[in-house]
Design a protein around this ligand. Structure first.
Ligand code: FAD
Length: 248
């Protein structure tokens, strides 16, 4: 198991594509990006690749993104398992309505709450100390509340008592509490998330998550994300941006 508060993003599922045998076409990619090309070419029956600039999968998808024919990217999906993020960040993440989510339950899973220290605080002795003391106070009150609720509900069945105690006491935990979430999305929805939250205007932790997602997505579907540039700002923050993005 990885540290609960260290960001980790793993690809756990991708699209498998097999072209129909009777279609006179092949491409130099596979998986979701081949499927996106197939879907685009199916619109025009352009199996013979009439234009040199779009004869490769990379060239084809670049063109699709340039002209905004983005629905073809919706056929392919990637699922990421994201760990070591705060509930504050997942609260923002789940605002993206075209992605699908399954998040760790605070009511059912009994664990030792850990907290993701926010960027400007992390590494600063004074602010880090303040954060730690506040988190420890919240944690102590959380434990006390669980104990107290457990006593009040002494007559009820053990598992129910424990679940009800945790669901009430969690109200006291900071939004920095570490969590885990499985996120599935089509390539267009992932691109929209990165375009929106990869910028320097985004929340620091969410921007870091968007950049990490981009890096993982590029490993499996490079041509669908090739236009995004990663830039290191003078203050050390890394942002993702694309000159081609037509939405987000
Ligand atoms: C810098 C920044 C600051 C923010 N501050 C706040 C804040 O203070 N308060 C707050 O509540 N939120 C805030 N947000 C969240 C923001 O308002 C969006 O909820 C979030 O970024 C998801 O974006 P979206 O709705 O475009 O995305 P998605 O839900 O992923 O939708 C993708 C796209 O689909 C289309 N779409 C989806 N649903 C509809 C619909 N119902 N009607 C029409 N088109 C639709 C739109 O084109 C949309 O851009 C902030 C976001 C950023 C990046």
């Amino acid at each position: 198991m990885s540290d609960q508060t260290t960001l980790r993003v793993d690809v756990i599922a991708t699209t498998r594509f097999s072209a129909p045998a009777d279609v006179p076409w092949s491409t130099d990619a596979d998986g979701g990006q081949a499927l996106a090309e197939f879907a685009g070419r199916a619109c025009y029956r352009s199996w013979d690749k009439p234009k040199a600039a779009t004869a490769t999968n990379a060239g084809y998808l670049r063109h699709v993104i340039e002209v905004g024919h983005l629905s073809v990217l919706e056929h392919a999906q990637v699922t990421l398992y994201i760990r070591g993020v705060s509930r504050s960040v997942t609260h923002e993440l789940i605002r993206h309505r075209h992605l699908s989510y399954s998040q760790l339950s605070q009511r059912h899973v009994i664990d030792d709450p850990a907290f993701v220290v926010p960027q400007p605080v992390n590494g600063d002795d004074e602010l880090g100390g303040l954060f730690e003391r506040a988190a420890a106070t919240a944690r102590a009150a959380y434990d006390e509340l669980i104990e107290g609720i457990g006593q009040r509900l002494a007559g009820s069945e053990g598992a129910t008592r424990s679940k009800r105690a945790r669901q009430a006491a969690q109200a006291l935990l900071p939004a920095a509490r570490a969590t885990e979430i499985v996120v599935t999305g089509n390539l267009r929805a992932w691109r929209q998330l990165i375009a929106t939250h990869g910028s320097d205007h985004a929340d620091d932790e969410l921007r870091e998550l968007a950049v990490a997602c981009l890096q993982r997505l590029r490993e499996v579907e490079p041509n669908a994300f090739a236009d995004f540039l990663l830039t290191d700002l003078p203050d050390g923050r890394r942002i993702a941006s694309s000159a081609l993005v037509t939405e987000g």
